[in-house]
Write a protein that binds this ligand. Structure first.
Ligand SMILES: Cc1cc2nc3c(=O)[nH]c(=O)nc-3n(C[C@H](O)[C@H](O)[C@H](O)COP(=O)(O)O)c2cc1C
Length: 204
């Protein structure tokens, strides 16, 4: 996984390795967050498929509540926006909180408004894997709303979205899970993100 360096003019360096950059966004502040582990598993598959990756887990998502009209940004907010700006593919993971996306994740996504006038506005031209964890069947409802957010941000949700019922599926610290079906879905999502990024770069 890459360490992004934000320079004084607000741009980010990602090192000299090649391959599309896939940025993972998501998690909860709960120690051992299954959402963050699931995002890690997708990034790991993306790396296997030839991507560079960077994780913006729950700690990196602790940003002040997005305030329209406020142009000052904390260092964490600048790093978040810059990582999204340079990403070639993205995976977003959220827990289902009361039938919707968590406030932590949605607040961070609101900062993508800063990319309204970017050369690639919002999530334009990027494949976005959408994954949700929930202790039950409401994962599907939340997955639908996460996809709607990605569409509103002009991203391309991957054909495969993943809903993980954490009542039945547990993650190890390295992102592996006891459920082979979920493991293969998370891998496929990583592959689809990279496949799209490579196809777009060839077409450009
Ligand atoms: C405040 C809160 C609200 C939740 N609401 C729902 C819900 O509406 N539906 C559901 O299936 N699970 C709900 N859950 C369960 C979480 O979605 C589930 O435990 C998730 O996997 C937690 O992710 P984590 O392991 O990354 O912390 C809720 C949990 C919390 C703490």
């Amino acid at each position: 996984m890459l360490q992004l360096t934000t320079t004084s003019n607000g741009t980010s360096r990602v090192g000299s390795r090649t391959g599309p950059l896939v940025v993972g966004i998501g998690g909860t502040m709960r120690p051992g967050s299954s959402t963050e582990q699931a995002v890690r598993a997708v990034l790991s598959a993306a790396e296997q498929a030839g991507a560079r990756t960077h994780l913006l887990g729950a700690t990196a998502l602790q940003l002040p509540l997005y305030l329209p009209g406020e142009t000052r940004r904390t260092a964490a907010a600048r790093q978040f926006v810059n990582a999204v700006r340079i990403a070639d593919g993205i995976v977003i993971g959220s827990p289902a909180y009361h039938g919707g996306i968590s406030g932590l994740v949605k607040n961070a996504l609101d900062y993508i408004e800063d990319l309204r006038d970017a050369p690639r506005p919002y999530l334009h031209g990027r494949a976005v894997g959408c994954l949700v964890t929930a202790r039950g069947s409401q994962a599907a409802t939340t997955l639908t709303s996460l996809r709607a957010v990605v569409h509103a941000l002009r991203g391309w949700p991957t054909p495969l979205g993943v809903a993980v019922n954490t009542e039945n599926v547990t993650f190890a610290a390295d992102g592996t899970t006891t459920d082979s079906h979920i493991s293969s879905q998370l891998s496929l999502m990583g592959e689809q993100i990279v496949e799209f990024a490579l196809a777009r770069s060839t077409a450009a």
